[in-house]
Design a protein around this ligand. Structure first.
Ligand SMILES: Cc1ncc(COP(=O)(O)O)c(C=O)c1O
Length: 438
């Protein structure tokens, strides 16, 4: 297998200019400078072709520049680009109807459109406080919910998201997320680790530090994303739902990364047979146009006129892109995410047998994490080998992204084919061997 000559001279020149004027806060990894893309393929400014298993952090759900999405954007741009949330327009209403239709609630749904994941989370925090007239929340260690002050208070995947940004929002208590690979709570033999976490909330939080009748909401990623692509055990969500029902607490599912068909269902929480009260969405919802949504049971969205809003919410171009995106996901890509995602997971599990540095492969659909360890017995994280694999994959033509302490996420566009998976995994297999052999 031959390495690409990357970064090429054009990429280097762009990065030099970028360094002078773009905020240094962005966590850029390797020096990929995009020129254009089509589906799961992307090209850099020096003409090098890559397969994209990162999809712009799980955003390009329909692939890069899907023709239906491009057409919807072009047609809407010809008509009008903006009118503000003070007025009405058809695409906004149509998209809200569509999101309500695909929401997982028994009762009717109501929708508030935003511009990003973090804005969806801020909206959920405010709505939960408004609706319950309570001010406290529970969040999970390892969770990622965004970077604005409210959302970053919940974010608990890395300390640098918070360093020198204190004081944050009041009233958030973090508890362990049920990571079955690395449980941090002791377990009775045969006990479901998800139920163990709920027991911890009852005994260590509700009986010691936080009256449950003062908790507005529990904010949780049904599958942790940035924290390491962690799938909770089956017993977790039913027990969490029961706990919320008992105390009148809203269950808020952050579906920004895991939702919109990525796990073969519209919402990843549906894999656990549980209905939330509020969903936060963004990323894959509009194939890359900046759009997010707060989707709730109709009875929960009880805030009155003027209590919450935004200027760009319901932007017509983003709504048009989202409608085309949802249509494509509904007509094949969600099914492909499950079928080809399951195929990918199985292939990666075979690969694990050949590679002692892979501790675990886990996930649902096209949301797969590969955990790198120093050895499979101790399960000690190996961030160095993970970083080497990510860099080498780029050099051999595959875009991937890390998450957690030592995990690579496989989150390609939902249109990715079995042939593209085979091509990408061949590169991954090869570069893991290179990294393992130093
Ligand atoms: C689960 C989750 N929630 C919220 C966010 C924040 O979204 P954004 O970066 O669009 O603000 C992210 C982003 O990665 C996410 O993965």
């Amino acid at each position: 297998m031959k390495a690409l000559k990357v970064p090429g001279p054009n990429a280097k020149a762009f990065i030099e200019r970028d360094l002078k004027v773009v905020s240094p806060s962005y966590p850029r990894g390797y020096p990929f400078v995009m020129d254009h893309g089509k589906g799961t393929e992307v090209w850099d400014v020096d003409g090098n072709r890559f397969l994209d298993f990162a999809a712009g952090i799980a955003v390009a759900s329909t692939g890069h520049s899907h023709p239906d999405v491009v057409k919807a954007i072009q047609e809407q741009a010809e008509k009008f680009i903006h009118i503000s949330s003070d007025f009405y327009h058809e695409k906004w209403i149509e998209l809200s109807e569509k999101l309500a239709e695909i929401s997982p609630f028994q009762e009717d749904a109501c929708v508030f459109l935003t511009n990003s994941g973090t804005e969806s989370v801020e909206g959920a925090i405010k709505l939960a406080r408004y609706h319950t007239n309570r001010s406290n929340f529970i969040g999970f260690l390892g969770g990622f919910h965004g970077r604005t002050i409210g959302a970053v208070t919940f974010t608990a995947s890395k300390p640098n998201y918070k360093r020198r940004f204190f004081p944050l929002m009041n009233g958030v208590t973090h508890v362990p997320f049920p990571d079955p690979y690395r449980p941090i709570l002791n377990l009775e033999p045969g006990q479901d680790y998800g139920q163990r976490v709920i027991e911890y909330i009852k005994e260590q939080v509700f009986e010691k530090i936080l009256p449950p009748d003062e908790v507005a909401g529990i904010l949780v990623e049904p599958i942790q994303g940035e924290g390491g692509y962690i799938v909770p055990p089956a017993g977790f969500f039913p027990a969490l739902r029961e706990l919320c029902d008992k105390h009148g607490i809203l269950l808020i599912a952050d579906e920004v990364q895991a939702g919109m068909g990525r796990t073969g269902k519209w919402w990843s929480i549906e894999n656990f047979g549980v209905e939330p009260d509020i969903i936060t969405s963004a990323k894959g919802i509009a194939s890359g146009m900046p759009l997010g949504a707060l989707i709730t049971k109709k009875s929960v969205m009880s805030w009155p006129k003027g209590s919450h809003g935004n200027t760009y919410g319901g932007n017509p171009i983003a709504c048009a892109a989202s409608l085309a995106t949802i249509n494509a996901i509904q007509n094949g890509y969600m099914e492909n995410a499950l079928i080809t995602g399951t195929y990918t997971l199985e292939k990666l599990k075979e690969m694990q047998i050949r590679h002692p540095s892979i501790g675990e492969v886990r996930g649902i659909g096209f949301m797969i994490g590969i955990e790198f360890v120093k050895d499979q017995q101790s399960k000690k994280s190996d961030a160095d080998i993970r970083d080497r694999v990510v860099d080498l994959a780029y050099e051999y033509g595959l875009l991937t992204l890390g998450c957690g302490k030592s995990v690579i996420r496989v989150s390609p566009p939902l249109c990715t084919t079995k042939e593209q998976v085979d091509e990408g995994l061949e590169i991954l297999d090869y570069v893991i061997s290179l990294a393992e052999n130093g």
